[in-house]
Design a binder for this molecule. Structure first.
Ligand SMILES: Nc1ncnc2c1ncn2[C@@H]1O[C@H](COP(=O)(O)OP(=O)(O)OP(=O)(O)O)[C@@H](O)[C@H]1O
Length: 254
């Protein structure tokens, strides 16, 4: 489908998508969702509710069995961050980051310059020549994010990127991701199990129910509150987390 079929402020539309795998599992059923350009949206739900399957269909890595995924622009305009950093162990942070540009045929000097810039943006200036084994878990994830944003995607998909990190590192990466999002203005779709993380990061939390995976609730989160430690400890944050938590509990019993 062409982008003219879609409202210009919508970067992505899922039109009634369903996914049934070859073994008969109905992973996603009739999901409809429309994402505003530049928004930060979380997909929150219990294990197995189809979050990763939805993300893969948005990325074009998997086709829906029925329904349409309508994207503005091309596949190259989408960046993907996985739960594992998936870096090449024998390559430096810089070479790992240039990979999507190398694949796109960007000249070597320009690719290296842009990769160094992306590493700087994720707080890794000075670590260009480090090998993955010399980096902490949080730093490896930063390289993975740099690699995903180096092509300047319109949409950044993140599949539980911080789940394996300790809480302090996770909080720090949450703040840095928000800064990056404010700076680059991509549309973020963030998959998580964590109520706290989804409310902290997002303007909108989509709660999914399982078996089959479907949309259960669509919660608006105040976009005005400045994120930071004062937000984390605020009554507003606690209230929003309670709301999301209740929606998640209902989704799990649905
Ligand atoms: N390639 C596949 N073939 C068959 N079934 C699959 C396949 N991929 C996922 N599924 C099934 O589809 C359902 C949704 O899986 P998915 O990984 O999307 O859920 P999820 O919400 O991301 O889970 P988690 O939070 O545990 O990662 C599950 O029941 C899963 O077992």
């Amino acid at each position: 489908m062409t982008e003219t079929a879609m409202d210009i402020d919508r970067v992505l539309e899922l039109r009634n998508i369903s996914k049934r795998f070859g073994n008969g599992t109905l992973a996603v059923e009739n999901l409809g969702l429309s994402l505003a350009r530049g928004s930060f949206v979380s997909l929150l739900g219990p294990s197995g509710c189809g979050k990763s399957t939805v993300l893969r269909m948005i990325a074009g890595l998997s086709e829906p069995t029925s329904g349409d995924v309508v994207r503005q622009g091309t596949k190259g305009a989408i960046g993907f961050v996985f739960q594992e950093p998936t870096l090449m162990p024998w390559e430096t942070a810089l070479s790992n980051t240039t990979l999507p540009l190398d694949l796109a045929g960007v000249p070597r000097d320009e690719a290296r310059r842009r990769a160094a810039e992306a590493l700087d943006k994720v707080g890794l200036k000075g670590f260009e020549d480090a090998l993955p084994r010399e980096l902490s878990g949080g730093m490896k994830m930063r390289v993975s994010i740099a690699r995903a944003i180096v092509t300047r995607p319109q949409v950044l998909l993140l599949d539980e990127p911080f789940a394996a990190l300790d809480e302090i590192t996770r909080f720090k990466l949450n703040n840095d991701l928000l800064r990056l999002w404010q700076d680059q203005r991509f549309t973020a779709v963030f998959v998580t199990h964590s109520v706290f993380e989804s409310v902290y990061l997002s303007q909108r939390v989509i709660v999914m129910a399982a078996r089959p995976g479907r949309l259960h609730a669509d919660l608006a989160i105040s976009p005005d509150a400045e994120r930071g430690e004062s937000f984390r400890t605020s009554a507003e944050y606690a209230h929003l987390c309670r709301q999301a938590s209740e929606a998640l509990e209902k989704a799990m019993n649905a």
